[in-house]
Ligand binder design. Structure first.
Ligand SMILES: Nc1ncnc2c1ncn2[C@@H]1O[C@H](COP(=O)(O)OP(=O)(O)O)[C@@H](O)[C@H]1O
Ligand SMILES: [Mg+2]
Length: 580
């Protein structure tokens, strides 16, 4: 990152995140001035202390100067404490604002964009980056203010005590500056590499966590632990690198200081001998110089924090700035349903991560209040068709209409409100059964929920759970079987009462016992609704008003069961496989 870009990013961080906390920063600025004044006051006090107490042995100064020293130290400590309190709040709030943006981004991003990110890595990287930005706006900003004021005050005091000696000391400073700059760049590089490694570790751990059963059955514990060692070693190396680059400054700085002090003693010896420098001035000067050492060092590394924070912000902004294509348009008209006819016109769609189209030149019309089934081998494009209706993706070619309204032109909320989706993989939240079902309709009454569950053949097993409808499920609760999960998912759809129902292998994990119940539930659910169903089950297919047979992203035939069994070889073979 070059200086221009750094400035640009810092300005943006200031404008969008820091500016609203400017009051607190100004308070910290004033407190920083007090810190600087107290620090140089301490150094200055050594001048009268040596002169009046040690040399002249004045009685009044003998107690008043120690009192002043206590006051100076206390005011430094207190101001620093208050400044830090303010700045900690600014840093945390900025990081909080970034994290809120990120969370919101996950909730609104295009599905495709999210699918192209590895969730474990993504979350870990982004939290790491938010922390770097926080470090920049808290520690970075405070140190910049406090240390530069301190350096200014202390250097002024040095000039006040003896300008020749001060010039000599200052000649040494640029050396430290050059050193810190090259260091800053190297650290910036090392940290971003470490960020990637720690993301790799997070995603690896998530994977072995999720895959624990698979790892055991294929006895891959050894291989996976080798892999773990590799990923962790990699991170260890990178962190050691950062650590050692940071402390590399110390020996060089120490040696430089040694040279400086040696030269300083020689030079001040000559000045004292020539009568140009009093012993009292010398001590005060020495104190100022030693007190300036830490802030100078800290200032020298401040560009490091700036580069680190800016690089992290750049990665975050790449995510939060990415344009969201599928979103609610403010002036879009609402979907108006009459017959709920659905029409696909020359629809073609390709996933970003693949080269081949998932579906190609799809044309069909579905009459409202009928059941349409899609059959075909896996990968034929059935789920893709279903996912285009709620606009999880938008097709690159052609368009989709509901009652002659192109779905990209109508309000996204009004479109999705009219759709229910029950799919193979059921997502349950870490909450009670009741709340998981009420997710479909937040104002549903308890009766509504129980009725929906009865409808979906779920009531029976829910009642048997330890706390009935208030049983916790998900991560921290009861584990449900695949079939039970699917019945909960169907209950959600029942509760939503939408006119269009999408079923993507909704009955795939049911055992034959519950299948019949659920099949009845589905028949109830889909009665007098427009239903698109991807089915393995023969019963569903028999019930369908129309069946589309798909192969390689195309519809190869359509009709009802009786027609297809006599006229479509593909269908016949799919059907025969089912019977077996
Ligand atoms: N999220 C995705 N990202 C990339 N490719 C996908 C994605 N989902 C499906 N595909 C690909 O698109 C094609 C159609 O898949 P899909 O519609 O899921 O088929 P079906 O539901 O008929 O089994 C397949 O080649 C599949 O690999
Ligand atoms: Mg599928």
């Amino acid at each position: 990152m070059n200086l221009e870009e750094l400035k640009f990013i810092l300005r943006r961080i200031y404008r969008e995140y820091v500016k609203k906390h400017i009051k607190r920063i100004l308070i910290a600025l004033i407190l920083s001035i007090i810190v600087a004044a107290s620090t140089s006051g301490i150094a200055w006090l050594l001048d009268p202390a040596v002169k009046k107490i040690f040399i002249e042995q004045d009685k009044v100064f003998a107690w008043s100067i120690p009192v002043l020293i206590v006051i100076a130290f206390s005011s430094k400590g207190l101001s620093l404490y208050l400044a830090r309190i303010n700045i900690i709040r600014v840093g945390e709030e900025v990081a909080g604002a970034l994290k809120k943006k990120i969370a919101n981004n996950i909730l609104t991003s295009d599905i495709q964009t999210l699918e192209n990110r590895h969730s474990g890595k993504y979350i870990s990287n982004i939290m790491y980056d938010a922390h770097q930005v926080q470090n920049l706006v808290s520690t970075g900003v405070l140190n910049l203010m406090k240390d530069s004021f301190s350096v200014i005050a202390l250097v002024s005091l040095m000039f006040y005590q003896n300008w020749k000696l001060a010039l000599f000391a200052i000649l040494m400073m640029p050396l430290a500056g050059v050193l810190a700059k090259s260091l800053g760049k190297r650290i910036g590089k090392a940290t971003s590499k470490a960020g990637i490694s720690s993301g790799n570790l997070a995603s690896f751990l998530t994977e072995i966590f999720k895959g624990s059963k698979m790892i055991r059955i294929y006895q891959k514990e050894y291989e996976e632990s080798q892999k773990a060692n590799q990923v962790i070693d990699d991170l260890v190396e990178k962190n050691i690198k950062i650590g050692s680059v940071i402390i590399r400054a110390t020996p060089i700085m120490e040696a430089l200081t040694g040279f400086m002090i040696a030269g300083f003693i020689v030079f001040s010896g000559q000045l004292i001998a020539a009568g140009e420098l009093g012993v009292n001035n010398f001590f005060s000067f020495l104190a100022a110089m030693m007190l300036a050492y830490q802030p100078i060092r800290s200032l020298a590394t401040i560009n490091m924090a700036a580069y680190q924070g800016a690089t992290a912000f750049k990665r975050i902004s790449k995510i939060i700035d990415k344009e969201i294509k599928i979103k609610e348009q403010t002036n879009a008209p609402k979907l108006i349903l009459k017959n709920t006819n659905i029409k696909f016109n020359n629809v073609g769609f390709k996933y970003e991560s693949t080269d081949e189209k998932a579906i190609n030149n799809i044309n069909f019309e579905i009459k409202g209040n009928t059941m349409t089934a899609f059959v075909g081998h896996s990968g034929a494009g059935k789920s893709t068709i279903i996912n285009l209706l709620p606009r999880f993706y938008d097709p690159q070619e052609g368009h989709i209409e509901i009652d002659n309204q192109n779905i990209v032109n109508i309000s996204l909320n009004s479109l999705r409100k009219n759709l229910s989706l029950v799919s193979q993989d059921v997502i349950l939240f870490d909450d009670t059964i009741k709340n998981n079902i009420a997710y479909a309709k937040s104002d549903a009454s308890d009766d509504d929920i129980v009725n929906a569950c009865k409808f979906a053949a779920a009531d029976e097993f829910i009642k048997k759970l330890p706390n009935g409808y208030n049983t916790m499920i998900g991560e921290n609760g009861v584990r449900l079987s695949g079939g039970q999960k699917q019945r909960i998912s169907i209950a959600r759809a029942v509760l939503k009462e939408s006119p269009i129902i999408l079923l993507d292998e909704a009955t795939s994990s049911l055992d034959s016992d519950s299948e019949e119940k659920v099949q009845n539930a589905i028949n109830n659910l889909t009665k007098n609704r427009t239903t698109l169903v991807i089915a393995h089950r023969l019963s569903t297919i028999h019930n369908a008003d129309k069946i589309f047979v798909m192969r390689n992203g195309k519809v190869v035939n359509s009709g009802n069961h009786d027609f297809l069994i006599n006229n479509c070889d593909e269908y016949k073979s799919l059907y025969k496989k089912q019977i077996k």
